[in-house]
Ligand binder design. Sequence first.
Ligand SMILES: [Fe+2]
Length: 367
Amino acid sequence: MLMQWVEHPEEQTEAALLRRRGIRHGWVRARTPDSMPDRGAMLHHWNQARAIHLPGLFLPSVANHADHIRDALAIMRRVREGESCLDILDEPRYQRRLQPDFEMLAAVHSGHDPQEIEKIAFDAVKSGELFAEDLWMKVSRLSFYEEDASVRFRFSYGLEMFKAQEDDPLRERLAAELAERIFPECALVTEDAELNALLRDMLGLQPMFVERIIYSNAPNGGAQFHQDVEQGHLGVIYAQLHGRTGWLALPRSALLEEIRAFLAEGRVLLHADFDEGQLEALCHLARDRERLVDALESEDQGVLEQLLNQSPMFTRWLVEHGWGIMLQPGDVLLLPQQTTDLCCWHAVFCLDEEPGHALSFALAPGA
Ligand SMILES: [Fe+2]
């Protein structure tokens, strides 16, 4: 559902707080229920790199997978409480899901990622023989903010830092299958006939669901503004299974325009969030589109990072301009990620007082 800004939360029983890493951005509520977009509108939005919201698409299957979702929430809780995922997955109920096709090896440390909690290596086995090696599941925190207990479980293979050079469709498929063994609710996405028909129609091909991530956004957590463009991927599908999340999602071109318009029209509002020097730096960026693009795409966004992620006034501006989406259990969000010029930038907030559960898979052209 589209989000609506709420001025007086005490008068709105269903109001939810946008809060991330200690910053309270403000209150929102869901606007009148959305209906499913028709296929023509979906294709149009996809080609413009706009997020596509499919409300309630998975509602029936979320109910069918209630046991798996409950089980995943238990794994997430135990990881948060400090248990080793290696020990958890060694339990008979999980080994029954993995054996005889996947052999869990040891915990490995990538050594370059301070957000990593645990990384576990797996071999794929076929007829008792080693079939493929160096598949892995990595459990990470999503931020260093102490009160943010968000975690994610990412499934992939090979060298993390040199992914583009690997390109191994077999191990890519096996890593995806590994995710489905540990979190069987992945089948919600892979086996949904209506979703797959929609995607085939829109993309002109049957996509594979790769680079799977199971997300648990926790109170005070979520994701800062980013894009997910990767060579060989078309976009991302996100499915909310438990809890609610609030999103800001818009094409890069629209984000650039909103930044420039906000700095031109809303400058007076910014004094609440920025000092004079920072304001001058922002306006300097906004005066030149290329300069703004360079800042947005750079590793260190500087004061622009503050505007995007820490300015309640800018968050409100984007919500009031129709870029806010509220996801409830059973909702699906498609995020086009064609190229850096044509992709959907997005930021996420957890809207509840307890952690949620969601799936996020990359869409890749099928073999
Ligand atoms: Fe993302």
